[in-house]
Design a protein around this ligand. Sequence first.
Ligand code: PMP
Ligand code: GLU
Length: 393
Amino acid sequence: MNLSKKAIQTNPSPTLSIDAKFKEMIASGIDVIGFGAGEPDFDTPEHIKDAAIAAIKAGQTKYTPASGTNELKKAICEKLQKDNCLSYNISDIVVSNGAKHSLANAFSAILNPGDEVIIPAPFWVSYPELVKLADGVPVALHTDESTNFKFSPQQLAAAITPKTKALIVNSPSNPTGMVYSKAELAEIAKIVVDNDLFAVSDEIYEKLIYEGEHYSIASFGEDIKAKTIVVNGVSKSYAMTGWRIGYTASNPQIAKVMANIQSHLASNPSSISQAAAVAALSGSQNSVSSMRDEFALRRDYIVKAINAIPGASCLTPQGAFYVMMNIKSFLGGQIKGKVINNSDEFCAHALEVAKVALVPGSGFEAEGYVRWSYATDLGKIKEGIKRITNFLS
Ligand code: PMP
Ligand code: GLU
């Protein structure tokens, strides 16, 4: 069939595929433990659900402005001021169907065919695909454990070419959990401004930091703010993955272009989810800190447990809810009767034999690693670690 060349080159999301497979296995009664998709296991807090129910009852069931309600945009502006010291107006905000959609809007708004986007690797699986869908060229900026998976300003400067249009900043990072410090971000911001690039700053894990503090790169002065598209959402901080609310804050010219695109592609995100997101951002933040405290306990447990598995190791992530397990010592050898050459084979075999779902590093441009998401309860984490320890013994 003669389909779009661009479309058929789009790979499926490995995180979502593994999650779907895991959920299918559970539905068919298989005792599998999932560390695949990064989806908080907590329920959405009650006051947020109540706001959604109230919105339905009040008849907020019609189209809203395509780029979101003024009420939600106002709550987002207040959040950005309070948490990030960033002043934005309602006209700078675009509300979308999840942060993934916000990122798609951002790349569509800034990229022309052939424009390069620097993506620090290991990176979240969707970045390169979203860049390619917007006719851009993803350029991986490789990092490794020796620098805590962080790139240096020198490395960034060396990766810039006349075609570079933008840099993706993702701190805390999916999949490494690394957090850039204030000083590091200030240096990155300077390079972005000096080279007249855009920064697409994905801050979806900002509330999940266990050491250090979150800074938005947009907060390092008016020059960098004008060139940054801040991307955030409610999926991770408020356990609202299914509600599909993400947003951008940017200069109003970029916001207008993104809003125009969205007005044709998707119209508004669900009116009910928008009402819920107002309650999430403006209401009590107690659930955010209690979820973070629970994630911190799980992180401490899983990091210690992985490092106790002979041949495996991991760094201690400072944020998000992922940990990258180094499996290099197992590659080329046999695990439970099968020669394992790469992270894809490792994960397929672990799922089949140990009944544990992990995400291969290959999709994150991190061969030699597998990602655990510890957004699952401690009992399951303990059992998963036991199974993987047996699998590797
Ligand atoms: N950015 C990163 C780094 C993510 O891990 C995810 C995963 N969900 C998203 C964006 C997209 O989030 P949402 O569910 O709001 O689309
Ligand atoms: N972002 C999460 C993950 O990396 C959820 C799945 C997805 O959207 O990729 O697992």
